[in-house]
Structures are given as structure tokens and as C-alpha cells.
Design a protein around this ligand. Structure first.
Ligand SMILES: [Zn+2]
Length: 364
């Protein structure tokens, strides 16, 4: 599932990039649909800060609290030019493994390295970092290792838009099933459009009536989104359903039935976001089809968690939510960098998980 932090609204940095607003209040436990591959929601914590990925750094709350204090000072007065992190006293206090991980995550021109480098530069140029003791600096650098600068993969701007593929229709459908946030279904009248890509038809059902002020993506945007997917992703999409009623929990959702459910988002979404979120959702389709849902988990999910531990980093903040979201975000990253000059560097950051995706695609 994806959409809790929709880009494009308040909080979206001008000119694209990082969402800096605090977590919205609606980041509350999901009303998981019955076949949600994400599984039951965790215990409620409506106003708590986002969970920190303990699997990467089990360091205690003390370091975090000290970081929070320093981070607030950092925001208050950021002054000097960035210095090479490797020349700082805090860096010298990191273990060789931590140093290697930091180097890996900040080297090269790719979505992860670019975001992490900006994060480290902001940190080392801050008055707070410069005033900190070596141990405090080391704690702040460890925080970088476990808190990715990228919130979601759909913040990556590198993107090429696909042309609009042929769309036939619409034809009127008296009644079609639409998924509700609680996992139940409501039958609604709909318009059916048939999108043809590479000789295969993907039907798009749009619930009627559509509010003229609706924020929902247009059929053309959805068709372009489908066309932008890698073939391995698109072949898994059996149908798209566009509801006419918002779901406060999500913008899109997809599971092992290969149906992409879309609800009107809080704000109108641009094509790059629609494409990237659709790619993320196909990660859920593939993983739940190949490795099972949370109620019927296959051993691959255990292997995935071990692979994530071995890799020691997460592709985005959203990926920390659970292993299903970690897969969807890693899968989106894998597809974004595949066959590009960035692939080798990113593969080096996520070697165990990329190898599992290689294997999955080979056997699928
Ligand atoms: Zn998701």
C-alpha cells in the first residue's frame, strides 16, 4: 500500500524533492483489507514519531535523544560549508563497518547516494555538528545510516514518461466490485476502458459518477502509468479499479489478485508520482504472488528479512514500515536503476536483496 505521504501537497518542497513536513496525523494504523499483503496493523500510536529501523542500529534511546536535541539546533542555525565527512572526529569514532557503509551510501550518482550525500553535507556543515563531541558526532552519523534521506521511492525525480497507449471505450458496466478501506467490497456502476500495451489488454474500471472536482488520476494518466512499467511488472496487472470515493488510508493498493485499486488522493498527482507508485504496487503483486501474503507467508519472506539485515540499509523511510513495504520500495529502486549506469553502485548497497529479486524474476 502506498499513499500515506502523498507528494504534491503541503510539505512538498518547491521544485520537487524531500517532504519536510512532520508526519501527517492520518499516519495511523491501517485498516488492513482482508487480503492485504501487509498484514494486520501494528498497535496504535497515532502521534508517536515514526518507528526507527532497529534492525540496522540497535543503539539506545540515549543516542537518539541526543541526536534529536542536536538536530533541532542544526535546524536553527546551519552555517558553514560542508566538510568531507571522513575528516570529522565523529567519523573516526565509527566502526570500520559503519565507515564502509557510510562511504557506500554516499558514493556515486544514484537516487540513494545523492540523497544521503545531501543529508550528510547538511549535517557536517551544521553548527551543532561542529560543536558536538566526537561521540555525539558519531551518534549523529549513525542516525544517518538508519534514517534514509529519501522518504519514498516516488520522490526520485529521474523518470521518463511513456506515451499514451491505445485506449478503447468506454463501455458502461452496470455493476463492478470496488474494494473498501476495510477490505469489504461495494458494487458500483462503472465505465470500462481497455488499455492495450504490447498486444495485451488491461481493463480500467472507473466507478460512476465521477465528481468533476475529483483528484483521481485520469484514464490517460493510468494508461501512461501502465505503459511506463517494466514488462515484468505490467504482466502482473490484471485490472485497474478507480474508485470515486477517497480512502483516507491509501492512494493505491495491490495484492496477489493483480488488481491495482486507486482512490482519489488528497491532492492531484503528477505523472511521475503515479508511475512510481504504480511500480511500487506491482512490487506488492509480485511478492505476494511469488512469496505469499502475511497469512500464507512462504520461507522467502524470512530470507528477505535476513537479506535486509545483511545489506544493513533501507532504500527509503517508508521501507522501514515492514518487510512488505521494504520489498516494494527495493523492487521499485531495482527497476529504476536496472540497465542504467547507476545499477552497479546501487546493487553494491543492496547486494543480498537485489540477488533475491534477480532470482525471483528468473524463476517467475
Ligand atoms: Zn506499499
Amino acid at each position: 500500500m502506498l499513499g500515506e505521504r502523498l507528494p504534491g501537497g503541503p510539505g512538498r518542497a518547491a521544485g520537487g524533492g524531500v517532504i519536510v513536513a512532520p508526519l501527517p496525523l492520518f499516519l495511523r494504523p491501517l485498516l488492513a483489507p482482508s487480503d492485504d499483503p501487509v498484514g494486520p496493523a501494528p498497535a496504535p500510536a497515532p502521534l508517536a514519531p515514526p518507528a526507527v529501523a532497529r534492525r540496522i542500529d540497535p543503539a539506545g534511546a540515549r543516542a537518539r535523544a541526543s541526536h534529536d536535541l542536536l538536530a533541532s539546533q542544526l535546524r536553527a542555525r546551519t552555517t558553514a560549508a560542508p566538510v568531507p565527512v571522513s575528516s570529522t572526529a565523529g567519523y573516526a569514532r565509527l566502526t570500520p563497518e559503519e565507515q564502509a557503509q557510510l562511504t557506500l551510501l554516499t558514493t556515486g550518482d544514484n537516487p540513494i547516494a545523492n540523497a544521503t550525500r545531501a543529508q550528510v553535507d547538511a549535517l557536517t556543515s551544521s553548527a551543532a555538528f561542529r560543536a558536538a563531541t566526537p561521540d555525539q558526532q558519531a551518534a549523529m552519523l549513525r542516525e544517518v545510516l538508519q534514517t534514509p534521506a529519501l522518504k519514498q521511492m516516488n520522490q526520485v525525480d529521474a523518470h521518463r514518461e511513456a506515451p499514451v497507449p491505445p485506449i478503447a471505450g468506454p463501455t458502461e458496466v452496470k455493476s463492478h466490485r470496488f474494494k473498501n478501506p476495510d477490505g469489504s467490497y461495494t458494487n458500483k456502476p462503472a465505465l470500462r476502458y481497455d488499455v492495450t500495451i504490447d498486444g495485451r489488454v488491461v481493463p480500467v474500471f472507473v466507478a460512476q459518477p465521477v465528481d468533476p472536482n475529483s483528484t483521481q488520476p485520469s484514464v490517460e494518466q493510468i494508461a501512461k502509468g501502465l505503459a511506463s512499467l517494466p514488462p515484468e511488472s505490467r504482466s502482473r496487472v490484471n485490472e485497474v479499479r478507480v474508485d470515486n470515493k477517497p480512502n483516507p488510508e491509501a492512494f493505491m493498493y495491490a495484492g496477489d489478485d493483480g488488481i491495482v485499486n486507486i482512490w482519489p488522493p488528497k491532492w492531484k498527482q503528477a505523472q511521475p508520482q503515479i508511475d512510481a507508485i504504480m511500480l511500487h504496487e506491482t512490487g506488492h503483486i509480485i511478492s505476494s504472488q511469488e512469496w505469499g501474503s502475511s497469512r500464507r507467508p512462504e520461507p522467502e519472506w524470512k530470507q528477505w528479512e535476513e537479506a535486509a539485515k545483511k545489506d544493513g540499509c533501507v532504500p527509503s523511510e517508508y521501507a522501514k514500515k515492514n518487510s512488505r513495504e521494504d520489498f516494494a520500495e527495493t523492487y521499485a529502486l531495482y527497476m529504476m536503476v536496472r540497465s542504467t549506469p547507476q545499477e552497479a553502485a546501487v546493487r553494491a548497497m543492496f547486494p543480498a536483496r537485489f540477488a533475491m529479486i534477480d532470482e525471483m524474476l528468473k524463476n517467475a
